[in-house]
Design a protein. Structure first.
Length: 304
C-alpha cells in the first residue's frame, strides 16, 4: 500500500530497511536471478527456450505430491518437484531416442500431462489458496528456510556452471566436435562421445533452479525470470560474456522494481516481477541494437 512518504528514500529504500520480509524477498529473488538468468542465456543459445517453460510445468506433480504428503513443507515440495522435473526430462529424452518423435515434441506432450496431473492433485487435496500459492508463489512470503534453499541452490548452481562452463560452451556451439573426439583425444571439455554429459548436467541445473524459484515466483512464473532477461540480453550483445552479465543485471533490476511495486500498490509479487522483466524486454525490442531501432538505422543510411 502506498506510503505517505514520497521521497526517494521512502519509495526505494524504506521498504527494505524497515521490513524483514522485504529484505528476505529481495535476497531470495536476487540470488535466484544470479543463477537462473545465465542458464536462460544458454537455453536460448541452444534453441531450447521452450524447454525451460516445459520443465517449469513438469515440476508441478512432484510439488503436488510433496504437498499431499507434508502440507506446505518447502523441503517436501522442493524434493518432489526436483524428482518430477528430472523424471520428465529423462522420459522425454527416452521417447525421442527410441521413437520417431523429436525431443521438443515428446517434452510438450509429457509436460502437458504433468501439468494437468499436478493441478488435479492440488485441487483435490487442498484449497484454492493452496493452488494459487503453488502456481504463482509469493516472494513476500519467503521465510528463513526458503531463503536458505534459494541461496544454497544459487551458490551451488553458480559453482557448477563455472566448472562446466568450457565444456558447456563447446557443447553449445560445436556439439559435433565433442561427439567425434576419440577416446585417446579427450580434451578438458570431455570428448569421446560424452557430449550428453554436459546436456544432462545442464538440464539438472535448470530443473533445480526452477524448483528453487517456485516458492517466490510459483511454478508458472519461475521460468519468466530465467528466460525474459536472457532473451532481452541477446538484443543488446553478441558476445556470450556480455549476454550473461546483461541478463543477470536485468533480472536483478526486475526483482527490485517488482518487489517495490508489489509493496506500494499491493499487487502479487511474482507476476509483478515478471511484468517488470517483460517491460525491460519491450524496451529492448525498441531500443537495443538488435531491436527495432537498430534494424532501422541501416535502412536510413542506405536511403541517404
Amino acid at each position: 500500500m502506498m506510503d505517505a512518504d514520497t521521497s526517494a528514500y521512502g519509495l526505494l529504500l524504506a521498504p527494505f530497511a524497515e521490513f524483514a520480509f522485504m529484505r528476505r524477498a529481495l535476497v531470495a529473488t536476487v540470488s535466484l536471478s544470479l543463477s537462473a538468468a545465465p542458464l536462460g542465456v544458454f537455453l536460448t543459445l541452444r534453441r531450447m527456450s521452450l524447454m525451460g517453460d516445459a520443465l517449469s510445468h513438469a515440476v508441478l506433480p512432484g510439488v503436488a505430491i510433496g504437498f499431499m504428503v507434508a502440507g506446505l513443507s518447502l523441503t517436501a515440495m522442493a524434493l518432489g518437484g526436483m524428482l518430477a522435473g528430472l523424471v520428465v526430462a529423462a522420459l522425454a529424452g527416452w521417447v525421442s531416442r527410441f521413437t520417431s518423435l523429436k525431443e521438443d515434441a515428446s517434452l510438450a506432450a509429457i509436460y502437458l500431462l504433468a501439468l494437468a496431473l499436478g493441478v488435479t492433485l492440488v485441487s483435490g487435496h487442498g484449497s484454492q489458496i493452496d493452488l494459487l500459492h503453488i502456481l504463482f508463489g509469493s516472494a513476500l512470503g519467503v521465510d528463513a528456510t526458503g531463503l536458505l534453499l534459494v541461496a544454497g541452490v544459487s551458490s551451488v548452481s553458480l559453482l557448477a556452471l563455472a566448472l562446466m562452463y568450457r565444456g558447456l560452451v563447446l557443447e553449445t556451439f560445436d556439439p559435433t566436435f565433442l561427439q567425434t573426439r576419440g577416446p585417446g583425444q579427450r580434451t578438458w571439455a570431455g570428448g569421446g562421445g560424452r557430449g550428453w554429459v554436459w546436456q544432462q548436467g545442464f538440464l539438472v541445473l535448470v530443473v533445480v533452479n526452477l524448483v528453487a524459484g517456485f516458492q517466490s515466483l510459483g511454478t508458472l512464473m519461475a521460468v519468466g525470470l530465467m528466460m525474459l532477461p536472457a532473451v532481452s540480453s541477446r538484443l543488446w550483445h553478441t558476445t556470450l560474456a556480455a549476454q550473461l552479465l546483461n541478463a543477470c543485471a536485468q533480472a536483478v533490476l526486475s526483482c527490485a522494481a517488482g518487489l517495490l511495486l508489489s509493496y506500494h500498490f499491493d499487487t502479487p509479487s511474482g507476476p509483478t516481477i515478471i511484468g517488470c522483466a517483460g517491460a525491460l524486454y519491450a524496451a529492448s525490442l525498441l531500443l537495443a541494437p538488435g531491436g527495432w531501432r537498430g534494424r532501422r538505422r541501416p535502412l536510413r543510411h542506405r536511403s541517404a
